[in-house]
Write a protein that binds this ligand. Structure first.
Ligand SMILES: Nc1ncnc2c1ncn2[C@@H]1O[C@H](COP(=O)(O)OP(=O)(O)O)[C@@H](O)[C@H]1O
Ligand SMILES: CC(=O)N[C@@H](CCC(=O)OP(=O)(O)O)C(=O)O
Length: 306
């Protein structure tokens, strides 16, 4: 006997998603997926399937990817010991070569392969393409009393999002690697959250979703239940001041702040390990991770996870 599923369940789901689809059609969502997502083909496909649904209902989706774990793995195989300081990779000349090979080559192309399989018209670009991310080499900086020369790490001067607008206008989905360059064409490594935030601000995105391995922003890293459901820029600063944010969460917090100050309405920090977290965030009132807005008191309770 073949068991039939109840069609009313699907119809109810469609009805409840319809107001969100109406609200977000034509709006820009920047989705940033960390390298951890692309560790295996199944989690890659699960992520791209969700992104595909956003794209197919008419949301202008820009997918920005990381690739930190993959980079560390290849560095190690070449006898280079990865060094991260305050969540950013110290990048010598050889490591910069590895960065463009792994991010522009391996990870970007793997994503495009899945997009082909799922029949999404996606185009791979990096910050280098058509002057998308204009950056300069970060000068040596003091981090916790130590002078750190990050090498070929870039700081963003300007995002020229024309190429992304053109792709979006043509119904294509840009898949962006964060590898960037200065005006002389020197390649620079930039944290993917930082690039995603810059793109979000340049496109005045409705949402920036930072899809990561963490369940969201935690009040205490040692306690996975201490997840903060929603906060604002003042709350984020408080978490930073009390030392709750460490390592990779430091560039993420800076990226969140830059995105919101640049005009992104809502930033979501969600886990790729949580089932359908992107769709839940976009099409329901029940977010799974942390929502950050400019000022929480301006939100009604009903809005706090919309
Ligand atoms: N307060 C915090 N809440 C959540 N994660 C935190 C916090 N402070 C530090 N972290 C660390 O930051 C990591 C996320 O940064 P990172 O690994 O660079 O992100 P990505 O998954 O985007 O590569 C978490 O897995 C966790 O180890
Ligand atoms: C300067 C810097 O740190 N760049 C990052 C770029 C990749 C990235 O951000 O990847 P995830 O999102 O997977 O962490 C790096 O080298 O790891």
């Amino acid at each position: 006997m073949v068991l039939r599923s109840d069609p009313s369940v699907a119809v109810r789901a469609l009805r409840s998603a319809a107001p969100y689809i109406r609200m977000y059609k034509g709006k820009v969502f920047v989705i940033k997926a960390s390298g951890g997502v692309f560790g295996d083909i199944e989690s890659t496909r699960t992520l791209i399937e969700q992104v595909a649904i956003l794209h197919q209902v008419g949301i202008r989706v820009v997918l920005v990817h990381g690739g930190g774990p993959q980079l560390s793995q290849i560095q190690e195989s070449l006898g280079i010991t990865p060094r991260m300081v305050a969540g950013r990779r110290v990048t010598d000349e050889k490591s910069m070569e590895v960065t463009s090979m792994v991010l522009n080559g391996l990870v970007n192309t793997q994503i495009l392969g899945i997009c082909r399989e799922l029949d999404i018209a996606a185009v791979g670009v990096s910050g280098v393409d058509a002057g998308l991310v204009r950056a300069h080499k970060r000068p040596p900086v003091k981090v916790e009393g130590e002078t750190v020369d990050y090498g070929f790490v870039g700081d963003i001067d300007l995002i020229d999002a024309k190429v992304l607008q053109q792709l979006l206008d043509d119904g294509l989905m840009p898949v962006v690697s964060p590898v960037s360059a200065d005006d002389k064409g020197t390649l620079l490594n930039i944290n993917a959250d930082t690039v995603a935030a810059g793109i979000g601000a340049a496109l005045k995105a409705e949402k920036l979703m930072l899809v990561t391995g963490a369940p969201g922003i935690l009040e205490s890293l040692e306690d996975p239940r201490s997840i903060i459901s929603y906060t604002d820029l003042a709350g984020l600063q408080k978490l930073k001041d009390q030392g709750s944010l460490k390592d990779g969460m430091l560039p993420k917090a800076k990226a969140i702040e830059e995105a919101i100050r640049g005009g992104v309405r809502r930033v979501h920090v969600i886990s790729y390990k949580s089932t359908d977290s992107i769709l839940a965030e976009a099409f329901t009132n029940e977010g799974t991770g942390t929502l950050v807005v400019e000022n929480i008191s301006a939100l009604s309770p009903a809005e706090q996870h919309a």
